[in-house]
Design a protein around this ligand. Structure first.
Ligand SMILES: [Zn+2]
Length: 124
């Protein structure tokens, strides 16, 4: 029970679904959803509605806290790298991963490990 996560939705407990009804007979309440895994908002919300409820209430403060954009970002050759791969279906060979610069169209090879590492980037 202890490794279950609680949905962070501010109104989760108010939505009328059977799976939210918990407790002893005669003392049941609707409760925030708990699961081992959630698929929305980085694993914090049980569904889109709960994610948007949270954002509606805290999004503005969160953006101010982490830094609100005050100038438009510009896509340049230095930050135009995206990860991609060529599908190699029906072979034992793994997919061919690479960085692609969306401006210059240059390709640079990438290992699968680098592809899966979300911190690994060529963008500056
Ligand atoms: Zn929820």
């Amino acid at each position: 029970m202890s490794d279950l996560k609680l949905c962070q939705g501010t109104e989760c407990h108010t939505y009328n679904t059977q799976d939210r009804v918990k407790g002893q007979k005669g003392n049941k309440t609707r409760q925030t959803r708990r699961r081992s895994n959630f698929y929305y908002g980085g694993g914090n919300f049980c569904d889109m509605r709960c994610m948007y409820d949270w954002f509606q209430k805290f999004g503005d403060k969160a953006i101010d806290y982490f830094g609100r954009l005050t100038e438009a970002k510009h896509l340049t050759e230095e930050n135009a790298w995206v990860k991609d791969y060529d599908w190699r279906g029906n072979t034992d060979e793994s997919h061919r991963h690479y960085f692609l610069n969306t401006i210059t169209k240059e390709r640079r090879p990438l290992t699968e490990q680098q592809y899966n590492d979300s911190n690994y980037t060529l963008n500056t």
